[in-house]
Write a protein that binds this ligand. Structure first.
Ligand code: HEM
Length: 174
């Protein structure tokens, strides 16, 4: 999901500066398909997180740093929903139905409307900036854990990097 979000972000930033051409139209479609894929994967992810309890927090859950980490995670989840949703709303209000991977038409969320289009465009733009800032904060925190605290948080974020020890203390700071 991180790779897809970063891809959608950089392509989104690049495509708006392209001059009108068949390439621009293609790139807009790729951007929308990737964004909708992120949204679909988020729904699956939230479902899995609700169904399966990962690493229950047993140590100092009210510590300010743990609270900050939880708050950042919640905000990340929220933005991962709101960024694609605002893009989808923008596309709908602009009168462009998204046809996912060129096969499945995704229902428009609102009818074509010039004012709503401008509104959702600004919202999408603003939320992508907040998402980028939060991702940078998240990365800096992960690097701090790895290089300063020297715990296993970063290793846990990269699947398959190292086998997990079942009782590692950093497992409790999730
Ligand atoms: C993880 C999901 C997404 C990310 C990170 C993302 C990110 C971005 C970024 C950074 C921009 C450029 C903003 C600017 O410089 O003005 C952009 C533009 C745009 N996005 Fe997204 N986006 C996502 C999902 C979507 C979705 C799902 C749709 C529609 C179905 C969409 C539709 C658009 C459109 C149409 C623009 C162009 C706006 C314009 O022409 O000014 N995006 N997006």
């Amino acid at each position: 999901m991180a790779v897809l979000v970063a891809g959608a972000w950089f392509v989104g930033d690049w495509m708006t500066d392209l001059s009108f051409s068949p390439l621009k139209l293609k790139v807009y479609s790729w951007h929308k398909w990737t964004g909708i894929l992120v949204f679909a994967l988020l729904i699956v992810r939230v479902g899995v997180r609700i169904a399966v309890r990962f690493n229950p927090r047993t140590e100092m859950p009210s510590h300010p740093v743990n609270r900050l980490a939880r708050g950042t995670h919640l905000l990340l989840y929220l933005l991962l929903a709101l960024v694609p949703l605002s893009g989808w709303l923008y596309s709908s209000a602009a009168g462009f139905t998204t046809v996912w991977f060129g096969i499945w038409p995704i229902p428009d969320l609102v009818p074509k409307d010039a004012q709503l289009k401008d509104l959702f465009r600004s919202v999408h733009d603003a939320l992508t900036s907040v998402l980028a800032a939060l991702v940078v904060l998240h990365l800096l925190a992960a690097l701090k854990h790895h290089f300063i605290d020297r715990d296993r948080i970063l290793v846990r974020m990269v699947p398959g990097l190292k086998p997990r020890k079942p009782s590692d203390p950093s497992d409790f700071v999730d």
